[in-house]
Design a protein around this ligand. Structure first.
Ligand code: ADP
Ligand code: MG
Length: 329
C-alpha cells in the first residue's frame, strides 16, 4: 500500500471525468451500484482519453488497460458528482459540487460558516439526500440504500463532531465499546480490541472516567477512538477542533493524521484555515455551497511521522502567533 501512488486529480468546478462507474464494491455485502455495460464504459473513456502525460496512460504513453482503470476507480472512497442540496426555496446548501477522494487521502474541507461543509458531511452519512447529483462512498451510490438501512451503512463511516456527542452516563471504556457492540462484536472481541485503540488515543489511564470528568481534548480523543475502533474505511470529522485550544487541537490533528497513515481515508471540515495550510494536505475550499479551490498542499509532508508533524505544527503555530509568518504561508 503506497499512499503516494494514489495522488488524486485536482479539479475545480464541474467535473469532466469518468461519470457512471461500474460496481466498485470491495466487500461481499455491498451491492452493485450503477450497472452500465462494460463495453459502453470503455468506449466512453477511451473517447475521453487525455494527453499522453496524463495519468490514464502507462509510462510508455499507452492507454491504461481497462482493468487497471477499473481498479483505480475502486480506489475512490468518496465521490460527489454534480451534487446540489436545497434546504428550501432559494436556500442552497450546495451547488453542483464535484470531487473525488481516493483511498488513504487526508482532505480538509474549509470555508466560512454556512459554506456547505456540514452539508457534505451529512450527505456522506446519508443523513441528507441530495436534491441533485450522485453521492458515492466506496463505489456505492447512497441513493440506492433504503433509508431504513442507513444505520447499517453508517457503521462503515466513523464520525467525529465538534461537540463530541459522547454518552454522558457511560465511561470512556463503555463509550468506545458501544461502537463495537452495535456491530455485533462479542465481549471477548471488544476486550481484545479496546486496549490498542485506547493506547493509541492516549486514554489508557482514563478508562473508568465519565465524560464530565475529562477535558475537552480528552473527550474529543474518546470520540475519535469511538469513530475509529471498528477501523472504518472512511472517517469524517466535522469541526473536530472547533471547541479546543490550539495546543489541544494539534494533538487531535496528530491523532487524525495517524489514523490516516494507518490506512483510513480522512475528511476534516474546519474553518481553521491556518491550521489546515500548516498540515500541508489536500484542501477543498467552499464558498456559498460551491468549490472555489481544490489543491494538494505539499504532499511531501507524507514523509513526516506523527511526532514530527506535531513538532512542526507547534513551531509554526508559535511563529504565526508572533506574526512572523503572517496568516498564510
Ligand atoms: P457549514 O458547515 O460550512 O457552516 P452548512 O453545510 O451547515 O455550512 O450550511 C450551508 C448552508 O445551508 C447554510 O448557509 C444554510 O443556509 C443552509 N442550511 C444548512 N442546514 C440547514 C437546515 N437544516 N435548514 C435550512 N437550511 C440549512
Ligand atoms: Mg458546519
Amino acid at each position: 500500500m503506497t499512499p503516494s501512488s494514489s495522488t488524486p486529480t485536482r479539479r475545480v468546478g464541474p467535473d469532466k471525468g469518468a461519470e457512471g462507474k461500474p460496481a466498485a464494491s470491495t466487500k461481499a455485502d455491498e451491492r452493485p451500484t450503477i450497472t452500465l455495460p462494460a463495453r459502453a464504459l470503455r468506449t466512453r473513456r477511451v473517447a475521453k482519453a487525455a494527453p499522453a502525460s496524463s495519468r490514464v496512460t502507462t509510462p510508455r504513453g499507452e492507454p491504461r488497460p481497462a482493468r487497471r482503470r477499473a481498479r483505480d476507480e475502486r480506489e475512490l472512497v468518496v465521490e460527489l458528482r454534480g451534487v446540489s442540496k436545497q434546504y428550501g426555496p432559494g436556500d442552497n446548501g450546495l451547488e453542483r459540487v464535484t470531487f473525488a477522494v481516493r483511498r488513504q487521502e487526508m482532505v480538509f474541507l474549509v470555508g466560512p460558516t454556512g459554506s456547505g461543509k456540514s452539508t457534505i458531511m451529512r450527505l456522506l452519512i446519508k443523513e441528507l439526500d441530495p436534491s441533485e447529483g450522485v453521492v458515492r462512498v466506496a463505489g456505492r451510490d447512497l441513493s440506492k440504500i433504503e433509508r431504513k438501512k442507513a444505520p447499517y451503512y453508517r457503521r462503515n463511516v466513523g464520525v467525529v463532531f465538534q461537540d463530541f456527542k459522547l454518552l454522558p452516563n457511560r465511561t470512556v471504556y463503555d463509550n468506545v465499546a458501544y461502537a463495537l457492540q452495535v456491530t455485533g462484536a462479542s465481549r471477548k472481541q471488544i476486550r481484545g480490541t479496546l486496549p490498542d485503540i485506547l493506547r493509541m488515543t492516549g486514554l489508557s489511564t482514563k478508562l473508568h472516567n465519565y465524560p464530565h470528568q475529562l477535558s475537552g481534548g480528552e473527550q474529543q480523543r474518546v470520540a475519535v477512538a469511538r469513530a475509529f475502533v471498528s477501523h472504518p474505511p472512511l472517517l469524517l470529522a466535522d469541526e473536530p477542533t472547533g471547541n479546543l485550544d490550539p495546543e489541544t487541537s494539534i494533538g487531535i490533528m496528530q491523532l487524525l493524521y495517524r489514523i490516516n497513515r494507518a490506512g483510513t481515508t480522512v475528511m476534516i471540515a474546519t474553518h481553521d484555515r491556518d491550521m489546515v495550510d500548516r498540515m500541508r494536505r489536500r484542501v477543498i475550499e467552499l464558498r456559498r455551497g460551491r468549490i472555489v479551490r481544490d489543491e494538494a498542499t505539499g504532499l511531501y509532508a507524507s514523509e513526516e511521522n506523527t511526532a514530527e508533524l506535531g513538532e512542526r505544527l507547534r513551531e509554526e503555530t508559535i511563529e504565526a502567533a508572533r506574526g512572523v509568518l503572517g496568516p498564510k504561508r
